[in-house]
Design a protein around this ligand. Structure first.
Ligand code: ATP
Length: 362
């Protein structure tokens, strides 16, 4: 493979802090894996960019994203910076729509020493991927809901056959590749919906069942969203791949993160047929920005997802190998348990955690 062009959008708050560590680890990987070459270039986007230029996603940045092989994003938004309608800037969500990044991939994996609230769980026993439909569902109404006479407000759920077919197929293909949770043996795809109450979710389930017939070797299961909130706490080891409508996926991904150490441990990928954005699942966390205490592991693991995706897309063993090394280095640093940020009950700085992963790789 030639050189991968990576558009880097550090963003706001802790975004630039954790992105620095992700890039640090990628740089070490380039030295460790001879055939891996990355050309990482930073571009402005986010709330600070909006303040300076009245545009949270300037055309040059969008163009750079379209030209890139992958996009590596920090976090965006600042509650203090609002648009005229009172909402926060969310260019990271705009990108999903503009680049048709329909699959929100949220791996939820428990490493050692992360202080999960579920004390009965061993490392690795929680290892599932949440596949969130990213461009329709409740978010199809973004900025277009109705408020009538300051008395009634509505937003509409949009579920299409095309949108559901492709996200469900994505989930089945992922489950087939993953071959289940290696510790608990849980396998297959779970459809999360509220089909007992809403027609839109009954339709989502119907399309899920139709697509399931294309994958007879993959086990399937249905769970209502409310029951899923219960099961993810009671028996998270029973799940392999979970597919859900946009808002349900949004909520479950934060619940999932809480099971494995919090937002600092939750990487994510927003994937379409042509483009993909890789970013920690957390936001800009203004409450801890500028203190050097943000956990960079979600960003570092997102860099790993990027390498894995590049490896699969381009059939490139160097990128795949680098992804494996990165994950191994993170798991080793956590197993040693000495270098952890405050959210994981440690005392290390953001930079020290990045350094620990980098030196493990070296
Ligand atoms: P958004 O509303 O855009 O999702 P946010 O910044 O308001 O973003 P989250 O990012 O979801 O909220 O984070 C919630 C809280 O979790 C933060 O306020 C912060 O205290 C903590 N947190 C988030 N990310 C990290 C991290 N990388 N390291 C340590 N703590 C974090």
């Amino acid at each position: 493979m030639g050189t991968y062009r990576i558009a880097v959008l550090p963003g706001d708050g802790i975004g630039p802090e954790v992105t620095t560590e992700g890039l640090k680890v990628l740089e070490v990987l380039e030295q460790a894996v001879p055939d891996l070459r990355l050309d990482c270039r930073e571009h402005p986007a986010g709330a600070a960019c909006y303040l300076a230029r009245r545009d949270a996603l300037p055309p040059e940045t969008l163009e750079a994203c379209r030209r890139a092989d992958a996009i590596f994003l920090g976090a965006m938004g600042d509650p203090k910076i609002r648009m005229p309608d009172g909402t926060e800037v969310t260019p990271q969500i705009t990108l999903r729509f503009l680049l048709d990044l329909y699959a929100g991939v949220r791996p939820i994996k428990m490493y050692s020493n992360v202080g999960s609230p579920l004390c009965q769980q061993d490392p690795g026993s929680i290892d599932f991927v949440l596949v969130r439909e990213n461009v329709e569902g409740f978010f199809a109404s973004m900025h277009s809901g109705l408020v009538v006479g300051d008395q009634v407000a509505t937003d509409t759920v949009v579920i299409t056959r095309r949108g559901t077919e492709r996200i469900v197929r994505f989930a089945f293909e992922l489950s087939r590749r993953r071959k289940g949770n290696p510790v608990t043996g849980a396998q297959g795809v779970t459809c999360v919906d509220k089909a007992n109450v809403f027609r839109s979710y009954a339709f989502f389930r119907k399309v899920f069942d139709e697509i399931a017939t294309e994958f007879p070797e993959v086990q399937t299961n249905h769970v209502y969203i409310d029951a899923m909130a219960l099961y993810l706490v009671q028996r998270p080891g029973d799940f392999d791949v979970i597919v859900a409508e946009n808002l349900f996926g949004d909520i479950l991904s934060d619940l999932g993160a809480s099971l494995v150490g919090g937002m600092g441990m939750a990487p994510s990928a927003d994937i379409g047929d042509r483009y993909a954005v890789f970013q920690p699942a957390h936001g800009s966390a203004p409450d801890i920005a500028g203190q050097g205490i943000a956990n960079p592991l979600a960003s570092i693991l997102s860099a790993g997802l990027m390498l894995q995706w590049l490896g699969e897309k381009h059939g490139d063993p160097a990128a795949t190998k680098a992804a494996g090394l990165l994950e191994y280095a993170v798991s080793q640093v956590l197993e040693e348990g000495r270098v952890k940020t405050k959210d994981l009950r440690g005392g290390a700085s953001t930079g020290q955690v990045g350094d620990a992963v980098a030196s493990r790789l070296r």
